[in-house]
Every structure is written in structure tokens, then in C-alpha cells.
Design a protein around this ligand. Sequence first.
Ligand SMILES: [Zn+2]
Length: 386
Amino acid sequence: MSSQRDDHENRICCTRCLMDDRVAGISFDAQGVCSHCRIHDHLEKLFPLGATGKQILLDMAKGMQKDGRGKAYDCIVGLSGGRDTSYCLYYAKEVLGLRPLAVHFDNGWTSDIARGNMQRICERLEVDLQVITMDWEDSKELTNATMRACVPYLDLTNDIGIARTLYDMACKHKIRYILLSHSFREEGITPLLWNYMDGRFTRAIIRRFARKKITHFKNADLHDFLYWILFKRIKVVNVTNYYDDMGDSVETMLTERFGWEEPGGHHMDNELFILIYYYALKKFNIDWRIVEVSAKVRAGTLTREEGLAIMDSIAYFDNKELASRALQKQGVSEEEFEEILKKPNKYFTDYPNYYSWIKIFRPVFKLLCRTHILPAHAYEKYFKVF
Ligand SMILES: [Zn+2]
């Protein structure tokens, strides 16, 4: 059975999942169960699966169809070419009977496999695909600036870019629904300290660390969200919460029906993630797999032993050669990278940010998350409620 102690490193480890006291902000209850497991149980109650979940989605879909009358699309689905977003697009079209517009944000790192997946699935589902490609010089510089800021998550500006792209597309086509496919059951919730983001924090990093003028990137600031939410009344619906997309059957179905190919690891539809995860591992000793593998153990997709075996194996991103290749593409020398690794680690709390404002408006934030206006788990992520 599980134990309170990690045998190797004398760490406090959750008695249910695999998370231990290296995970930022984690706490344990009297039974030794971690705060992430408690959040999972809470979300399980809020978001039912099976027939109940499906009915909730069908009811929501009716609203989207009603709103889409006279328009070209009912909703937007953010597509990466990976497993979760591909399945979400299939589900929206075939199960919910919606007319989605697929939108992909390309920061210059979309893999060829992901590109092929998106093309095939959109063709076969007869869904329009719009690809927004970021200016490569800006894209490179923004990631490098985030690296120079010495914060754990290098994809900050790309996530902002994705949000911006989805909302802008919604405005352009007068669409009020953006479907997301983040699954707390399959992917877990990343600790806030590891990948916090907001417009002020992003701006501070660009101002302090970008070495060239950023001309094409558009931030997503508080006033933008107010415009999108209050004026455009755009909602972000995390549909994945209501359907079972766990296990291998999803991959099998996608492959058989759409010729979908596995991009080679979680988030590997975007090859920058090799560097993102490698950097976090070497600089912060963060093994990003812990979030997803623990989620799968919690949800029962993996046994604890299977999960431990994965965590004991060498991560696919712990690969100096691949990381070096990525650094080369980013235009960062090995020497500069080594220097960055040696610098003191920083977090969003070391830079200007909106977190104190977000905390003041906590009840409003909660309401927006619970009414599918903001992503459903943002509340649990931003406020450790357990
Ligand atoms: Zn746990």
C-alpha cells in the first residue's frame, strides 16, 4: 500500500496520488491526502460524466445552436492537433451536432504530425480551420524573454496568444462560445506558482527582458477580458469536464476514423514543449509529468504502481540533444542557457501582476468560472480552496 514517505528522498507524498511536497503550494490533510486530490473530488461532484454529463452538454449545445442562427458557426474549438483538442472537435461536431470553427495558433513550433492531424480531421469532419501564425521573430523573442525572467513556465506568452486568438476569432465571426478541452481528470491542474499568467505579468516580462521591439504580439489584458465578457458576452465552456475522454480508446477512435497520429508525448503537438519541460526540470527541478500522471492515478486510468513506474523512468523531454536543437532554433547559445540555469529562480510573485486584484474579486471570479464564462477550473487553480 501507499506510504506517507517517499522511500528514496524522505519526502511527504500523498497517500492517494503521486504528488509530494515538491509540488508548489501543496498541502496534506490528516489522512495524508493532498490538496490536489481534494480539488479533484470537488470537481468530480461539480462536473458529472455519463448520461447526466451528456445531457448537460446537449442542453448547452441547444443554446449555442440558437445563438448561431443566421451565423456561419455555433462555436469555436481551439485545435492543436493533439489528442484532447482533436477529440473535442469530433465531439462538438458529431455528438453535439454543432457547427464549430476550428482555430489554431501557431507560434512557429507546431509539429508536422500535428499539422497533418488538423488537416485530416477538419477535412473529414467538414470543419473550417483557421490558422493564425505568429510572427517568428516576435515569437522567439517572447519565449527567450520569459527564459531570461527565470520563471518556471516558458510558454506564458504563447498561452496569452492562444487566448487572444480565440477571443479575436469569436469577435470577428460573432461567435459567443469557445470550447476548451482541458480535462482535470486526464491532465490535472498545474500549481499556480508554476504557470500563473495575466496581462500585467506578461507586460512586465516583455518590458524588462525583451531585447528587440515586439511589434506583432497582442497582450490579453484586464480591459480586454472585460470587453470580451461584458460587451461581447463570450463564454468559455470546458466541455471535456462532462464527457469521458480518458484511456486509449480515444486515440484508437481518432486513428481509425481520422488517420490521427500520436505527436509523441503530452503537448508534443508543439515541439517547444521539449525545451519548456527540459528547462523547468533543470532549473526548477519540476518534472511536469507529475501533474498529468497524478491526475491519471487519481482518476483510476493508471494504477499507483504504473504511475510510479512512469515517474521513475527518464522523461522524454530529459534529452539534452533535443533541448539543444530547440535552443538553436530559438537563437539561444548553450552558454547563455547555462547562465540562465545558474541565476536565482523567480516566480510571478517577483514581478508586477494582477493577483491582488484577482483576489479582491474572488467571488466574481468564482461566479464567472461556475457559469462557463471563464474556464471552469480557473477558480480552483487561482484559489487553493482546499
Ligand atoms: Zn493527491
